[in-house]
Design a protein around this ligand. Structure first.
Ligand SMILES: Nc1ncnc2c1ncn2[C@@H]1O[C@H](COP(=O)(O)OP(=O)(O)OP(=O)(O)O)[C@@H](O)[C@H]1O
Length: 613
């Protein structure tokens, strides 16, 4: 029952693309063509040129066929010229060889251009995604758009070939049609009657399946998620222990069946209509054929012309059908382009502009939070409320508070991953928003509680703290020593060259604490003016924690540091402690001052201390 209810909710939000939207999508084709051109102008020009030549070939071949038949017929009646016949045959042979050559060259330039284009657009997508704000990634509508834009890399390459083939076919059709018109203009009309119904059918069903696929983006994302969660190295442990396999499979089965059924209905209808409309086309072809035969019998057409016309007609019909159905699938491709271009139109609000003032090379006064409030998008409650405090230059400040109090949020504001909803943060007397954000981020090092376990080799995993220095092995090793990561790395079969994580061949996974030592190494590597450590020792054993603390003074020497921890042994290392409760500042002061005050800090401290007694 639950699953049915859950599915109903999912189906509610579907919003099929309207016809209007569909044809409007064609406006994306010109910029798309420009993008292809820019990928590699020479290759694009060669491709178009080759296709242009190839488009004349069918009509030439057919016409030569007519000349050959008529010449043979004349020869049987002792009127023809044998030399001329062999000239025609030789010409046809030559054209056929050239045609094969052109086809190969077109396929080659198509695939090379396609690969270049796919690579270039993937890079552009990644570059643009890298500029966007954190909250944009947290928005599910945005995520769907990104997902669609990303998935369509192959689709875009296909669309490229389609557009180019379409141009080529237009010329082939025009040449063939010109041949038909010369001999029998009425055939053109018959041809259109035979082909247009099939085109309308194609367009209609293409639109339907696109709407379906598009409106199912969130579900397909969920299907991917279920497929991944059901069978991955990261989840296998808990899936087994909790016996979740069947639960996930059932969820997947119900959702995928629903999609299959919706798709099946369209596919079946499409097949039936396809049969009927194709029969109509065949009927049109045979009417034309009978007409041509009659004309030949009555003597208005030669046998060569009969063959020329009937083959031209059949070729034209085939070409037109491909042209029209390609046209409707291009419409679909153009709609996907819409997602692609829309994604590029998204602009970050926190601009990484060069206009901002440079970050102070050495911070003079420090940070001042002035009545700062912050609310996450689509969440009713404020995560931070009227927060005011100072973080002096060179000071080590610890943040203490219960789960969900707002500690991590505060850090994200400091690093300008978000901007305050109300109030402002000053650095040396100026609003943080006035500084060049790239400059600011360069001077801040944050090691988050949920730091990323990159599937990279050990040295790179530490170097992510300052990736420009990924080849500075001495600095990497020094950082590893200070964070105790060197002890972990020394035990790895390939030491600093060892691939970490299970995803790739020969990868070795680490324990939680071992990973944390690697992450801490990044903080040493970062070597920035401001250092923020969110639960830096949570996963460390007692000895490692003790050793890390001994080095802590070293790590934060001359730096402004923020330390988030639930362990009071860690918190004590700070100069001052800020206690946050429900997003507001409750107390601030040194360990001794706060104990003397006997407020919340003292209460929490004694609570934890009691646990150790
Ligand atoms: N990306 C987000 N979108 C919406 N709400 C969020 C997001 N991140 C955090 N929150 C909410 O903001 C509040 C503060 O969260 P925050 O992560 O800052 O707490 P914290 O003090 O670091 O907690 P913890 O000690 O558990 O790490 C919480 O109520 C949380 O649910």
């Amino acid at each position: 029952m639950h699953i049915v209810h859950w599915l109903k909710n999912r189906l509610k939000a579907h919003n099929p693309a309207s016809y209007f939207e569909k044809y409007r999508a064609f406006k994306n084709l010109p910029p798309f063509l420009v993008m292809i051109w820019r990928t590699h102008p020479w290759m694009a020009a060669a491709n178009v040129g080759l296709r242009g030549i190839k488009s004349v070939i069918p009509v030439s071949q057919l016409y030569l066929g007519k000349l050959i038949v008529d010449e043979v017929l004349a020869l049987t009646q002792s009127e023809g010229d044998l030399n001329r016949l062999y000239l025609w045959v030789g010409l046809e042979l030559g054209i056929t060889i050239i045609s094969d050559l052109l086809a190969r060259l077109i396929t080659l330039t198509d695939s090379l251009l396609g690969d270049l284009f796919a690579n270039k657009t993937s890079v552009q997508l990644m570059e643009h995604a890298g500029q966007l704000d954190l909250d944009q990634f947290e928005d599910s509508a945005f995520y769907d758009k990104l997902e669609r834009a990303r998935r369509q890399t192959i689709g875009r390459t296909m669309l490229m070939s389609q557009v180019l083939s379409q141009l080529q076919d237009i010329f082939t059709i025009l040449f063939l049609a010109a041949g038909l018109v010369v001999f029998s203009p009425w055939l053109i009309l018959l041809l259109l009657i035979a082909v247009i119904p099939a085109f309308l059918g194609e367009t209609h069903f293409n639109e339907k399946s696109y709407s379906l696929v598009r409106s199912w983006t969130p579900e397909r994302r969920e299907l991917d998620y279920l497929r991944y969660t059901g069978a991955s190295d990261e989840t296998a442990k808990e899936i087994k222990i909790f016996g979740l396999s069947n639960f996930l499979i059932e969820r997947f089965r119900v959702l995928s069946d629903k999609f299959y059924n919706a798709n099946k209905a369209i596919a079946t209808k499409r097949a039936w209509w396809g049969i009927v409309l194709a029969a109509l086309g065949t009927l049109g072809y045979y009417s034309a054929y009978v007409f041509i035969i009659q004309q030949t019998i009555s003597g208005s057409l030669t046998l060569g012309e009969l063959i020329f016309l009937s083959t031209s007609f059949a070729r034209l019909r085939g070409l037109l059908e491909t042209f029209l159905s390609r046209f409707s699938s291009m419409t679909e491709g153009a709609l996907y382009l819409q997602d692609f271009f829309e994604f590029f139109q998204l602009q970050p609000r926190i601009q990484a502009s060069v206009q901002g003032i440079p970050f102070p090379r050495s911070i003079k006064e420090g940070f001042v939070f002035e009545n700062v409030s912050f609310k996450y998008d689509k969440v009713p409650n404020y995560a931070l409320r009227h927060l005011s405090f100072t973080l002096k230059a060179g000071e080590k400040l610890a943040l203490v508070g219960e789960n969900g109090a707002g500690k991590t949020t505060l850090v994200k504001l400091l690093a300008r991953l978000y901007d305050p909803t109300e109030g402002r943060i000053l650095l040396d007397g100026r609003d943080l928003r006035e500084y060049n954000v790239e400059d600011l981020r360069r001077e801040i090092g944050v090691i988050f509680q949920d730091f990323v376990k990159f599937q990279l080799i050990a040295s790179e995993n530490i170097a992510v703290g300052r990736i420009e220095e990924k080849t500075q092995m001495q600095k990497i090793q020094h950082s590893a020593q200070l964070s105790l990561a060197d002890q972990v790395i020394e035990k790895l079969p390939q030491k600093y060259e060892q691939m970490i994580g299970k995803r790739f061949a020969d990868g070795v996974d680490l324990s939680g604490g071992q990973w944390q030592k690697i992450a801490l190494g990044r903080a040493y590597m970062r070597d920035s003016q401001i250092l923020i450590l969110d639960e830096p020792t949570a996963a460390l054993d007692a000895r490692a924690e003790f050793e890390v603390f001994q080095r802590f003074a070293d790590l934060t020497k001359g730096k402004t540091a923020v330390l988030i921890s639930h362990r009071f042994s860690t918190v004590r290392m700070a100069d001052r402690i800020l206690v946050i409760e429900n997003g507001a500042a409750l107390e601030i002061g040194s360990h001794e001052e706060l104990l003397a005050k006997d407020g919340r800090y003292a209460e929490l401290f004694h609570l934890q201390a009691a646990g150790y007694r």
